[in-house]
Design a protein around this ligand. Structure first.
Ligand code: 5RP
Length: 218
Protein backbone atom coordinates (compact mmCIF):
# COMPACT_ATOMS: atom_id res chain seq x y z
CA UNK A 1 0.00 0.00 0.00
CA UNK A 2 1.35 3.44 -0.90
CA UNK A 3 1.70 6.34 1.52
CA UNK A 4 -1.06 8.16 -0.36
CA UNK A 5 -3.41 5.17 0.03
CA UNK A 6 -2.73 5.22 3.79
CA UNK A 7 -3.50 8.96 3.87
CA UNK A 8 -6.72 8.30 1.98
CA UNK A 9 -7.79 5.58 4.43
CA UNK A 10 -7.27 7.87 7.43
CA UNK A 11 -9.08 10.72 5.67
CA UNK A 12 -12.15 8.71 4.73
CA UNK A 13 -12.28 7.20 8.25
CA UNK A 14 -12.67 10.75 9.61
CA UNK A 15 -16.08 11.05 7.96
CA UNK A 16 -17.53 8.88 10.73
CA UNK A 17 -16.56 11.55 13.29
CA UNK A 18 -18.21 14.47 11.48
CA UNK A 19 -21.52 15.32 13.15
CA UNK A 20 -24.25 15.93 10.57
CA UNK A 21 -26.07 19.30 10.31
CA UNK A 22 -23.14 21.24 11.80
CA UNK A 23 -20.21 23.30 10.52
CA UNK A 24 -16.93 21.40 9.93
CA UNK A 25 -13.41 22.85 10.24
CA UNK A 26 -11.15 21.78 7.39
CA UNK A 27 -7.34 21.81 7.34
CA UNK A 28 -4.89 21.82 4.45
CA UNK A 29 -2.66 19.34 2.63
CA UNK A 30 -2.66 16.14 0.61
CA UNK A 31 -4.32 14.10 3.38
CA UNK A 32 -6.99 16.76 3.84
CA UNK A 33 -7.57 16.78 0.07
CA UNK A 34 -8.78 13.18 0.45
CA UNK A 35 -10.94 14.28 3.38
CA UNK A 36 -12.50 17.02 1.24
CA UNK A 37 -13.38 14.39 -1.39
CA UNK A 38 -15.04 12.39 1.37
CA UNK A 39 -16.81 15.45 2.79
CA UNK A 40 -18.28 16.21 -0.63
CA UNK A 41 -20.29 12.98 -0.39
CA UNK A 42 -22.18 14.40 2.62
CA UNK A 43 -22.20 18.05 1.55
CA UNK A 44 -25.99 18.25 1.75
CA UNK A 45 -25.93 16.94 5.34
CA UNK A 46 -23.59 19.62 6.79
CA UNK A 47 -24.13 23.33 7.34
CA UNK A 48 -20.87 24.17 5.58
CA UNK A 49 -17.16 24.29 6.24
CA UNK A 50 -14.65 26.73 7.70
CA UNK A 51 -11.42 26.61 5.74
CA UNK A 52 -7.77 26.98 6.79
CA UNK A 53 -6.36 28.00 3.39
CA UNK A 54 -7.11 29.37 -0.05
CA UNK A 55 -6.14 25.94 -1.43
CA UNK A 56 -8.75 24.07 0.63
CA UNK A 57 -11.38 26.75 -0.02
CA UNK A 58 -10.92 26.42 -3.77
CA UNK A 59 -11.13 22.63 -3.67
CA UNK A 60 -14.24 22.65 -1.48
CA UNK A 61 -16.02 25.24 -3.62
CA UNK A 62 -15.19 23.26 -6.77
CA UNK A 63 -16.91 20.26 -5.18
CA UNK A 64 -19.96 22.27 -4.11
CA UNK A 65 -19.18 22.46 -0.38
CA UNK A 66 -20.27 25.77 1.10
CA UNK A 67 -17.36 27.64 2.72
CA UNK A 68 -18.21 29.99 5.58
CA UNK A 69 -16.26 32.92 7.04
CA UNK A 70 -14.90 32.01 10.48
CA UNK A 71 -16.10 35.37 11.77
CA UNK A 72 -19.67 34.26 11.08
CA UNK A 73 -19.29 31.05 13.09
CA UNK A 74 -19.14 31.21 16.89
CA UNK A 75 -18.38 27.57 17.51
CA UNK A 76 -18.26 24.17 15.85
CA UNK A 77 -17.41 20.74 17.08
CA UNK A 78 -14.85 19.15 14.76
CA UNK A 79 -11.69 20.31 12.95
CA UNK A 80 -10.00 17.75 10.68
CA UNK A 81 -6.40 18.26 9.59
CA UNK A 82 -3.18 16.43 8.81
CA UNK A 83 0.27 16.84 10.38
CA UNK A 84 3.92 16.61 9.44
CA UNK A 85 4.81 14.87 12.72
CA UNK A 86 2.80 13.71 15.71
CA UNK A 87 4.08 12.37 19.05
CA UNK A 88 2.42 10.03 21.57
CA UNK A 89 0.99 13.04 23.47
CA UNK A 90 -0.70 14.14 20.21
CA UNK A 91 1.49 17.23 19.95
CA UNK A 92 2.18 18.01 16.31
CA UNK A 93 4.45 19.82 13.90
CA UNK A 94 2.39 21.40 11.14
CA UNK A 95 2.95 23.92 8.38
CA UNK A 96 4.58 21.84 5.66
CA UNK A 97 1.98 23.41 3.38
CA UNK A 98 2.57 26.90 4.84
CA UNK A 99 -1.00 27.12 6.17
CA UNK A 100 -0.07 26.87 9.87
CA UNK A 101 -1.46 30.21 11.05
CA UNK A 102 -4.94 29.77 9.66
CA UNK A 103 -4.87 26.12 10.72
CA UNK A 104 -4.08 27.13 14.31
CA UNK A 105 -6.84 29.74 14.28
CA UNK A 106 -9.51 27.36 13.00
CA UNK A 107 -8.31 24.62 15.37
CA UNK A 108 -8.57 27.06 18.29
CA UNK A 109 -12.29 27.55 17.67
CA UNK A 110 -13.13 23.85 17.31
CA UNK A 111 -14.18 21.69 20.26
CA UNK A 112 -12.27 18.71 18.89
CA UNK A 113 -9.17 18.36 16.68
CA UNK A 114 -9.13 15.16 14.64
CA UNK A 115 -5.71 14.52 13.16
CA UNK A 116 -5.47 12.34 10.05
CA UNK A 117 -2.03 10.96 9.17
CA UNK A 118 -0.28 8.02 7.61
CA UNK A 119 1.96 5.97 9.89
CA UNK A 120 5.16 7.69 8.70
CA UNK A 121 4.15 10.84 10.61
CA UNK A 122 4.37 9.16 14.04
CA UNK A 123 7.49 10.05 16.05
CA UNK A 124 8.61 9.80 19.67
CA UNK A 125 10.23 13.25 19.73
CA UNK A 126 9.22 16.13 17.44
CA UNK A 127 11.85 17.92 15.39
CA UNK A 128 13.16 15.75 12.61
CA UNK A 129 10.75 17.56 10.30
CA UNK A 130 11.99 21.18 10.10
CA UNK A 131 9.73 23.44 12.16
CA UNK A 132 7.83 25.98 10.01
CA UNK A 133 7.62 29.49 11.46
CA UNK A 134 5.52 32.18 9.75
CA UNK A 135 7.25 35.55 9.94
CA UNK A 136 6.47 39.16 8.97
CA UNK A 137 8.80 39.73 5.95
CA UNK A 138 10.77 42.70 7.41
CA UNK A 139 11.57 40.67 10.54
CA UNK A 140 13.07 37.74 8.65
CA UNK A 141 16.74 38.15 9.60
CA UNK A 142 16.03 39.23 13.17
CA UNK A 143 13.77 36.22 13.78
CA UNK A 144 16.31 33.93 12.13
CA UNK A 145 19.01 35.15 14.56
CA UNK A 146 16.70 34.57 17.53
CA UNK A 147 15.83 31.05 16.33
CA UNK A 148 19.54 30.29 15.95
CA UNK A 149 20.01 31.27 19.63
CA UNK A 150 17.44 28.56 20.47
CA UNK A 151 19.67 25.97 18.79
CA UNK A 152 17.89 25.77 15.45
CA UNK A 153 19.10 26.32 11.88
CA UNK A 154 16.49 28.48 10.13
CA UNK A 155 16.20 28.33 6.34
CA UNK A 156 14.04 30.76 4.35
CA UNK A 157 11.51 28.69 2.35
CA UNK A 158 12.18 29.65 -1.24
CA UNK A 159 9.49 31.59 -3.15
CA UNK A 160 6.78 30.88 -0.59
CA UNK A 161 4.37 33.63 0.44
CA UNK A 162 1.63 32.55 2.85
CA UNK A 163 -2.07 33.28 2.41
CA UNK A 164 -1.45 36.10 4.91
CA UNK A 165 1.37 37.68 2.84
CA UNK A 166 4.19 36.50 5.08
CA UNK A 167 7.28 34.29 4.68
CA UNK A 168 8.21 30.93 6.19
CA UNK A 169 11.41 30.02 8.00
CA UNK A 170 11.93 26.25 8.30
CA UNK A 171 13.95 25.51 11.40
CA UNK A 172 16.21 22.46 11.15
CA UNK A 173 18.08 20.60 13.91
CA UNK A 174 15.61 21.22 16.74
CA UNK A 175 15.02 18.36 19.17
CA UNK A 176 11.71 19.38 20.69
CA UNK A 177 11.63 17.72 24.11
CA UNK A 178 9.18 20.22 25.66
CA UNK A 179 6.81 21.17 22.83
CA UNK A 180 4.51 23.38 24.93
CA UNK A 181 7.41 25.45 26.29
CA UNK A 182 9.04 25.87 22.87
CA UNK A 183 5.73 26.78 21.22
CA UNK A 184 5.29 29.56 23.77
CA UNK A 185 8.94 30.68 23.56
CA UNK A 186 8.92 31.03 19.76
CA UNK A 187 5.61 32.90 19.89
CA UNK A 188 7.35 35.52 22.05
CA UNK A 189 9.86 36.48 19.34
CA UNK A 190 8.81 39.81 17.84
CA UNK A 191 7.98 39.37 14.17
CA UNK A 192 6.79 35.77 14.52
CA UNK A 193 3.19 35.39 13.44
CA UNK A 194 2.83 31.74 14.36
CA UNK A 195 4.94 28.62 14.73
CA UNK A 196 4.14 25.10 13.61
CA UNK A 197 4.22 23.43 17.03
CA UNK A 198 0.64 22.49 17.89
CA UNK A 199 1.07 21.42 21.53
CA UNK A 200 -0.87 23.92 23.63
CA UNK A 201 -3.86 22.66 21.66
CA UNK A 202 -3.04 19.03 20.79
CA UNK A 203 -5.17 16.66 18.73
CA UNK A 204 -8.02 15.01 20.60
CA UNK A 205 -8.23 12.04 18.29
CA UNK A 206 -5.70 10.66 15.81
CA UNK A 207 -6.61 8.45 12.86
CA UNK A 208 -3.51 6.69 11.55
CA UNK A 209 -3.67 5.11 8.12
CA UNK A 210 -1.52 1.96 8.04
CA UNK A 211 -1.13 -0.94 5.62
CA UNK A 212 -3.28 -2.97 8.04
CA UNK A 213 -6.13 -0.44 8.24
CA UNK A 214 -6.88 2.70 10.21
CA UNK A 215 -5.77 2.90 13.84
CA UNK A 216 -7.78 5.13 16.21
CA UNK A 217 -5.76 6.79 18.99
CA UNK A 218 -7.66 8.80 21.62
C1 5RP B 1 -0.19 22.28 5.97
C2 5RP B 1 -0.08 21.26 7.03
C3 5RP B 1 -0.39 19.84 6.66
O1 5RP B 1 -1.35 19.35 7.55
C4 5RP B 1 0.85 19.01 6.80
O2 5RP B 1 1.87 19.60 6.02
C5 5RP B 1 0.61 17.58 6.32
O3 5RP B 1 0.45 17.57 4.94
P1 5RP B 1 0.14 16.27 4.11
O4 5RP B 1 -1.23 15.81 4.50
O5 5RP B 1 0.22 16.74 2.67
O6 5RP B 1 1.21 15.24 4.41
O7 5RP B 1 0.23 21.52 8.17
O8 5RP B 1 0.23 23.53 6.42
Amino acid sequence: MTQDEMKKNAAWAALEYVPRHTVVGVGTGSTVNHFIDALATIKNDIKGAVSSSVQSTEKMRALGIEVLDLNDVDSFSVYVDGADEINPQHHMIKGGGAALTREKIVAAVADKFICIVDASKQVDVLGKFPLPVEVIPMARNYVARELTKLGGRPVWRDKVVTDNGNIILDVFDLKIVDPIALEQQINQITGVVCNGIFAMRPANLVLVGTAEGTQVLS
